[in-house]
Ligand binder design. Structure first.
Ligand code: SAM
Length: 262
């Protein structure tokens, strides 16, 4: 029997930074990876990150939120020296497998939680990428500051941190009633906020076989993320709107922050 997601009697009270390892149960990860086909994702994202990293003259990259390996594999294919970290062993195993399947790439994987990154990952990098709305898993400000400080310490003096996030300002400000539905791969997966307050965005993922999964995330306001980055020492932060196709028109679904160490 595969483990089920466990949120207890009152799911909206689950606001713990360490809970992410229990949320990415194998059945959810498998389904997700099968439905969000990599080619379509690559198409919608384009070469945004590759071009950005090349523009900055980056050679070595630490992917701190490897997940199932989408960005790590793209970075390796584009010729970047890449180390792939994640706090979930489940995710890394799948990423490694995906790497060999997609072009025979051997991923250098390291299991590491961002809060103690320097303990488990070694070296300094030209860039750290934290993509796919991952930073949102941290629930306390202390954890966010600690993680950003760990990222900062692992960058070379002129390195950059590239971190993306969902546009939570829109979700928080438009309110729960006017919630927006995000469709992935056409209409196959429906992603929508089931509950929102200033301290929690609980997202529901509905799949065509009627199965549903949830992720509890902290709704990072854009300017708050920028402020934290600046407070831990990043000197300049540039924020881009959507890099990918948006179904909404006026507001971007994602923001991408590029923070310079010096
Ligand atoms: N970047 C991948 C993508 O775009 O497909 C994965 C994104 S997934 C939403 C978030 C990833 O961040 C998960 O693989 C999770 O295990 C990892 N993660 C969340 N919190 C973490 C933490 N504190 N330390 C290390 N990894 C963490």
């Amino acid at each position: 029997m595969q483990p089920a997601q466990e949120f207890g009697d009152n799911p909206v009270e689950v606001r713990e930074t360490g809970h992410y390892t229990e949320e990415y149960v194998p059945s959810f990860v498998e389904k997700w990876d099968a439905l969000i086909d990599w080619e379509k994702r690559a198409e919608s994202e384009g070469n945004f990150f590759i071009d950005l990293l090349r523009k900055w003259g980056v050679r070595s990259v630490l992917d701190v939120a490897t997940g199932t390996g989408f960005h790590s594999v793209r970075l390796l294919a584009a010729g970047f020296e890449t180390v792939s970290a994640d706090g979930s062993a489940e995710m890394l195993a799948r990423a490694f497998e995906n790497g060999t399947k997609q072009g025979g790439h051997i991923l250098r994987v390291v299991q590491a939680d961002w809060r103690w990154l320097n303990r488990d990952v070694h070296g300094e990098y030209d860039a750290i990428v934290c993509l796919g709305n991952s930073f949102t898993h941290l629930f306390s400000e202390r954890a966010r500051r600690k993680a950003l400080a760990e990222f900062y310490a692992m960058l070379k003096h002129d390195g950059i941190l590239v971190l993306d996030q969902r546009n939570y300002d829109a979700i928080l400000d438009d309110g729960f009633t006017s919630k927006h539905r995000y469709y992935y791969c056409g209409e196959d997966v429906i992603v929508e906020p089931e509950y929102v307050d200033e301290g929690l965005c609980r997202m529901r993922y509905s799949f065509p076989d009627n199965s549903t999964y949830h992720l509890n995330m902290f709704p990072l306001r854009k300017d708050y993320t920028r402020r934290l980055m600046s407070e831990v020492g990043f000197q300049r932060i540039e924020t881009y709107g959507d890099f990918q196709h948006t179904y909404r028109g006026e507001q971007p679904d994602f923001f991408v922050h590029v923070a310079e160490k010096e």
